[in-house]
Design a protein around this ligand. Structure first.
Ligand SMILES: [Zn+2]
Length: 186
């Protein structure tokens, strides 16, 4: 019974609101229908141009791979570099990782970067924990060391790390930058 009353109340409220709205909207619709459409043409053209401008600029906007980490390439730069990978499964995996992998650069990661730098004797761009990842089931996290590098170099470093996240190992080739573990760029 209470439910029925509730439903009835809601129905009455909706009908009332609709009635009020139509009473207000009707004169407005009538006024618009009497307007001179030729006068509206420049306005419509302007609105069209604005919309086209908005769409184009949003298409040109580049998205960094991480909103918080520094020295990361954009998703678009990463995908362009991944386009050079020769193995289809690895290429597909890295392309997906460019927009899907989580780039982590917190304090724990920075400490590990320092440790690895000392161990290796040179600065590393990032690292990926080795587990049983392959090009079909990649590792979803990349440790990123945020080393200041040129745009081209950080893109290559990122694709190198993403390849590791897809199971790739040094010396396997396939067009991954830094095949021997060292990147020839600064
Ligand atoms: Zn490596």
């Amino acid at each position: 019974m209470l439910r029925t009353l509730d439903h009835l109340g809601k129905a009455a409220y909706t009908l009332g609101t609709l009635h009020c709205l139509s009473a207000r909207l009707l004169p407005l619709v009538q006024r618009i229908s009497r307007m001179d459409y030729w006068k509206m043409l420049p306005l419509a053209l302007c609105a069209g141009l604005c919309a086209a401008g908005c769409v184009t600029s949003s298409m040109l906007t580049e998205t960094p791979m991480s909103p918080t980490c520094r020295e990361v390439p954009t998703i678009e730069e990463c995908q362009a570099e991944a386009g050079f990978i020769e193995d289809p499964c690895l290429k597909n995996c890295v392309l997906k990782q460019c927009s899907g992998a989580k780039v982590v650069c917190n304090e724990h990661v920075q400490q590990k970067c320092q440790f690895l730098n000392q161990q290796k004797g040179s600065k590393i761009g990032g690292y990926v924990e080795r587990k049983e990842q392959d090009c079909l089931i990649p590792k979803d996290e990349i440790g990123w060391c945020q080393i200041p590098m040129s745009r081209q170099c950080r893109t290559k470093a990122m694709v190198h790390e993403l390849a590791h996240s897809c199971g790739w190992k040094h010396g396997e080739g396939h067009g991954i930058p830094g095949n021997n573990g060292r990147l020839q760029c600064i």
